[in-house]
Design a protein around this ligand. Structure first.
Ligand code: PRT
Ligand code: ZN
Length: 289
C-alpha cells in the first residue's frame, strides 16, 4: 500500500482538534515533539505539520496527499489560484466560525447596499472580491496580513471583513458585525486525483465513525411492548430498536437503540411518561455503519 501524507496545522486553533481526530481514528500518530514530519504507527500515513496557509498549496503541488484546514483558507487559495485540484471530502465538526463584515459600532447599518464605495480591510481579499462580485456591489478591498480589526481605528479602512467566533475581538475594537460573508468549518481535503482512492475512503470512514460516535448515544430502557412505537418517535434511533424479552414478563421488553442526538433530560422525562423505566444512556466509543 502506498504511503499517504496528511497535512495538519502545526500550531494554532486547528492543531489540537486535528491531531485528536487522527488519534481517535486509530491512526496512531506519534507525538510531534516539534517535528515537521510525524509517522503514524497504526496506518500507512505520515503527518506533515505546517502553517495552515501552506496546506492547500502542499496538496495542489502533490507534496501531501490530503489535509485538514479551515474552509476559509481553502476557499481563498482556490480563488487566488483559480484551482480546482482540491476536493473537500468531509466537513469536520470543529473550527466553526464565520467570515463577516464589521463596521464601527456607532455607524448605522442599512443593509448590504451600504457597502458601495467603502474601503474594506481583510486577509481574505479573494473571498471578499468574489462575494462583492456575486452581490453586484462595488467597494475597495484593502489586503492586510494581520491585525485587520485595527484598520478602521488607524484610518486604513472604513470596515473590515474578518474571522469572527465569539465576537469579543470586534467588541474590543469598537466594531459591530453586520453581515456574514461565509460560514467556516475545518474540512478534510485531498487532491482530485486521489478523491476515490481506497486509502482516502478508509480515512473518511474512520472520520465518519469518530464524528458519528461523538454525537450518538446508546440507550437502554425497559418498557411495555405496546409503547415501543411511541418511544421510537421520542428518541429516533439510527435504525429500528432492538427488543429483548425480559425474564418473567410477556408484556415488558428491554429496548436498545442508538440515538443520533444528544439526549436531553426533557427527552428522558418524555420517555418516562411513556412508561419507560431503568433508562440508561451511555456514550459510544466507535461506530461504523
Ligand atoms: O500560524 P498559522 O498560519 O498556521 O495560523 P493562523 O494564525 O493563520 O490561524 P489560526 O490558528 O488563528 O486559525 C486557524 C483556523 O481556525 C482559521 O483559518 C479558521 O478556519 C479557524 N478559526 C476558528 C479561527 C477562529 N475560530 C478565530 N476566532 N481563526 C481565527 N480566529 C481569530 C480571528 O482572526 C480574530 O482575530 O480570532 C479572532 C476572533 O475571535 P472572537 O472569538 O473574538 O470573535
Ligand atoms: Zn495562517
Amino acid at each position: 500500500m502506498s504511503l499517504l501524507t496528511l497535512a495538519i496545522q502545526k500550531s494554532g486553533r486547528l492543531s489540537t482538534s486535528s491531531y485528536s481526530l487522527l488519534q481517535k481514528s486509530g491512526l496512531g500518530p506519534e507525538e510531534p515533539n516539534g517535528r515537521l514530519k510525524v509517522p503514524c504507527t497504526q496506518f500507512p500515513l505520515d503527518l506533515f505539520l505546517i502553517r495552515d496557509d501552506d496546506i492547500p498549496g502542499s496538496i495542489s503541488s502533490g507534496t501531501c496527499t490530503c489535509g485538514i484546514v479551515g474552509s476559509n483558507v481553502l476557499q481563498e487559495y482556490q480563488l487566488e489560484h483559480l484551482s480546482s485540484q482540491i476536493v473537500v471530502k468531509r466537513t469536520l465538526d470543529f473550527g466553526a466560525c464565520r467570515l463577516a463584515l464589521a463596521i464601527p459600532k456607532d455607524l448605522e447599518w442599512n443593509g448590504p447596499r451600504q457597502i458601495k464605495g467603502l474601503r474594506i480591510a481583510t486577509s481574505y481579499p479573494n473571498i471578499l472580491k468574489n462575494f462583492l462580485k456575486q452581490e453586484g456591489l462595488e467597494a475597495e478591498v484593502v489586503s492586510m496580513s494581520g491585525s485587520v480589526e485595527a484598520a478602521p481605528e488607524l484610518g486604513i479602512a472604513d470596515a473590515i471583513c474578518d474571522i469572527v467566533s465569539s465576537g469579543e475581538t470586534l467588541r474590543m475594537n469598537g466594531l459591530k458585525e453586520v453581515l456574514t460573508i461565509t460560514d467556516v468549518k475545518a474540512v478534510f481535503i485531498c487532491r482530485r486525483d486521489q478523491e476515490n482512492s481506497k486509502e482516502i475512503e478508509r480515512l473518511c470512514t474512520r472520520f465518519d465513525g469518530v464524528m458519528g460516535a461523538e454525537n450518538a448515544r446508546y440507550i437502554m430502557m425497559n418498557a411495555k411492548r405496546s409503547a415501543v412505537e411511541a418511544i421510537s418517535q421520542v428518541a429516533p434511533g439510527l435504525s429500528r430498536p432492538t427488543l429483548l424479552p425480559l425474564a418473567g414478563s410477556d408484556e415488558m421488553v428491554a429496548i436498545h437503540m442508538v440515538a443520533r442526538e444528544t439526549m436531553f433530560w426533557e427527552t428522558l422525562e418524555k420517555l418516562r411518561e411513556l412508561g419507560a423505566r431503568d433508562i440508561l444512556v451511555v456514550p459510544i466509543e466507535k461506530m461504523m455503519a
